[in-house]
Design a protein around this ligand. Structure first.
Ligand SMILES: C[C@H](O)[C@H](O)[C@H]1CNC2=NC(N)=NC(=O)C2=N1
Length: 97
């Protein structure tokens, strides 16, 4: 899978408006009322990463989980990053279920 062009990146970012471009990555911080709620969410992110065979950088702070996505194999952003970003946003939206 090839790295996305600038045009493809700009187009794909519209589908994940909460995510920001950070150099060769995209990033989003999810917020939580409790530290352990964030940790539980990290476990979900990990399970989805294994399912998709695409793995994020994850940073955990009090009430915050920051996710950064890039495609190491193509040294840039690819469809896999944007697919995973959408899955993660869905998982966050559905947390109450
Ligand atoms: C063999 C396996 O598909 C690769 O090593 C995968 C695993 N997860 C990965 N995750 C990310 N973010 N980038 C990769 O290039 C990558 N490669």
């Amino acid at each position: 899978m090839a790295a996305y062009t600038e045009e493809e990146i700009q187009h794909s970012l519209r589908d994940v408006p909460e995510w920001s471009r950070k150099d060769g990555s995209i990033e989003r911080t999810y917020t939580f009322n409790e530290y352990l709620d964030g940790i539980q969410f990290v476990n979900k992110l990990g399970a989805i990463a294994e399912e998709k065979d695409h793995h994020p950088y994850i940073g955990v702070d009090y009430g915050k989980v920051t996710v950064s996505l890039t495609s190491h194999d193509v040294k840039g952003l690819s469809a896999r990053d944007f697919d995973l970003a959408q899955r993660y946003d869905e998982a966050y939206t559905n947390l109450e279920d």
